[in-house]
Write a protein that binds this ligand. Structure first.
Ligand SMILES: Nc1ncnc2c1ncn2[C@@H]1O[C@H](COP(=O)(O)OP(=O)(O)O)[C@@H](O)[C@H]1O
Ligand SMILES: [Mg+2]
Length: 218
């Protein structure tokens, strides 16, 4: 497996859908390295800290953010508030021959600056994408729109991860209209822990579903 294929991008249909929890799920399961290139809202803590604590990661298992902003607003505006500017050329994926799980800032159409959207960056990165979506009401519209945006740009969709209380109909409807697979579904945990994520990984046979990443693990 070449270095360029050792990257997976975790994007969401929305903010707060569970990208950080799902990133932790994959970082642990695939023994990968975590990277959150753009973090806004640092006053409420950082996702890197959340993942580091949750998985008890050594420093060589995560890469520092490229941009960090205090305000909990869209990255383009968070940068402007600090007289800064997100320069896409600075977002090159670090040249490491290990699997990197990259968590995006917000959803696909979030601006990184006034003329560059998150999805433009995904096109430059060119890595396979996992889309995190809610299970309940509203997810059909958000998820199908996101998938359409990815497909219309010829981006490589690895699959969906659903996060939330199980739903009777949405999973099959998303697979049908979205023409993609649900890789995993995470329930709502009383308290999120590395052990609980590990149990879900095994029960949902993720090693088997992601064979290509397991056999070439770091
Ligand atoms: N499956 C889950 N069970 C319990 N809490 C969850 C779950 N998924 C997300 N959360 C909680 O919801 C909040 C938002 O999740 P997070 O992963 O940070 O979303 P995002 O990264 O998309 O903004 C966090 O407080 C997180 O702990
Ligand atoms: Mg997050």
């Amino acid at each position: 497996m070449s270095t360029s294929s050792k990257r997976i991008i975790i994007c969401g249909t929305d903010t707060d859908v569970g990208k950080t929890i799902v990133s932790s799920f994959f970082v642990q399961g695939l023994k990968a390295i975590y990277w959150k290139p753009i973090q806004s809202g640092t006053e409420e803590g950082t996702d890197t800290e959340t993942v580091r604590k949750l998985l008890n990661l050594e420093p060589n298992r995560y890469i520092s953010e490229k941009y960090k902003f205090k305000a909990s607003v869209s990255p383009h505006w968070a940068a402007e508030k600090e007289s800064d500017f997100i320069e896409p050329n600075n977002l090159e994926i670090p040249d490491i021959d290990k699997l990197i799980i990259i968590e995006t800032a917000g959803g696909l159409m979030v601006p990184l600056n006034r003329n560059w959207l998150q999805i433009d960056q995904l096109k430059v990165w060119g890595a396979p994408i996992i889309l995190v979506a809610r299970t309940g009401l509203g997810t059909l519209n958000h998820t199908l729109l996101s998938l359409e945006a990815l497909k219309s740009r010829d981006l490589n969709i690895l699959g969906l991860v659903l996060n939330g209380h199980p739903h009777d109909d949405n999973p099959k409807t998303l697979e049908q209209f979205g023409d993609t697979k649900i890789l995993a579904s995470l329930p709502i945990f009383d308290e999120v822990s590395a052990n609980k994520l590990s149990r879900e990984w095994d029960q949902q046979k993720l090693d088997q579903k992601l064979k290509q990443y397991i056999s070439n693990r770091n």
